[in-house]
Design a binder for this molecule. Structure first.
Ligand SMILES: Cc1cc2nc3c(=O)[nH]c(=O)nc-3n(C[C@H](O)[C@H](O)[C@H](O)COP(=O)(O)OP(=O)(O)OC[C@H]3O[C@@H](n4cnc5c(N)ncnc54)[C@H](O)[C@@H]3O)c2cc1C
Length: 195
């Protein structure tokens, strides 16, 4: 059991690091950096690239901060009682810090809502499926097709703000989808490093 848990933690740390560097590389190559809204006077390809990075920054924030807390909690568990004692281990301090990272600079629900709204607003000039195909270019085609179908369906849902059961279910799916989407992006980044 421990061998498997360590393997998962190791994979999570590696793909999170690879994903962060891949995204930062693209950010550094982006002329003019991120802009408040889509620049109307620039070529379509640049506008789309800027949009990709804006969304990926938010996706990375929610996925990496969530995974970090999860991995540290698993690490504490492996050490048993010692794992939660601060005079033995620095893990409880890291765990507390990690929970802060989930909240500041945009808590999860706020960012999930923002990503959904961005994709809806841009869909006239940038379809969600095209966005997905661009950020995951090079990944297994079957997986890309599956994710593409799901993003199209979820983004077409007009508002996440109603309190009915259907909307609540769409919100749950959107949360899980975004997490999976960013894991796929991280896996692609790790693939680039390892191959
Ligand atoms: C240790 C620490 C240091 C900080 N330092 C700074 C600092 O130096 N400067 C600074 O400016 N700020 C700072 N902050 C503030 C931090 O940025 C905010 O705490 C963070 O953005 C969350 O906002 P909030 O606390 O107002 O929570 P809220 O916005 O009230 O969020 C509470 C819950 O409601 C949800 N929610 C809120 N709005 C929506 C929405 N529209 N749709 C769906 N769900 C929503 C959130 O996802 C969350 O689950 C700090 C916070 C901490 C914990």
């Amino acid at each position: 059991m421990v061998a498997g848990q360590l393997k998962r933690m190791n994979h999570s740390a590696k793909r999170t690091t690879a994903g962060a560097f891949r995204l930062y590389r693209d950010f550094l190559n982006l002329e003019g950096g991120l802009k408040g809204g889509p620049g109307t006077d620039e070529p379509d390809a640049v506008k789309k690239k800027r949009f990709d990075i804006r969304e990926l920054v938010m996706l990375q924030k929610i996925a990496a901060s969530w995974d970090s807390t999860d991995v540290i909690r698993s690490a504490m568990s492996i050490f048993g009682g010692h794992g939660v004692m601060e005079d033995f281990s620095s893990l409880p301090r890291l765990y507390r810090d990690s929970a802060v990272n989930e909240l500041w600079e945009g808590p999860r629900n706020v960012l999930l809502t923002q990503i959904h709204r961005d994709l809806q607003r841009s869909s006239a000039w940038y379809k969600p499926s095209e966005f997905l195909g661009n950020i995951l270019s090079g990944l297994d085609e079957g997986l890309v097709a599956e994710l593409s179908e799901e993003i199209t369906e979820l983004v077409s849902y007009s508002s996440l703000f109603s309190m009915d059961e259907k909307t609540i279910e769409v919100c749950r799916r959107w949360d899980a989808f975004c997490h999976r989407l960013f894991h796929s992006y991280q896996d692609l980044a790790l693939q680039e490093v390892e191959n």
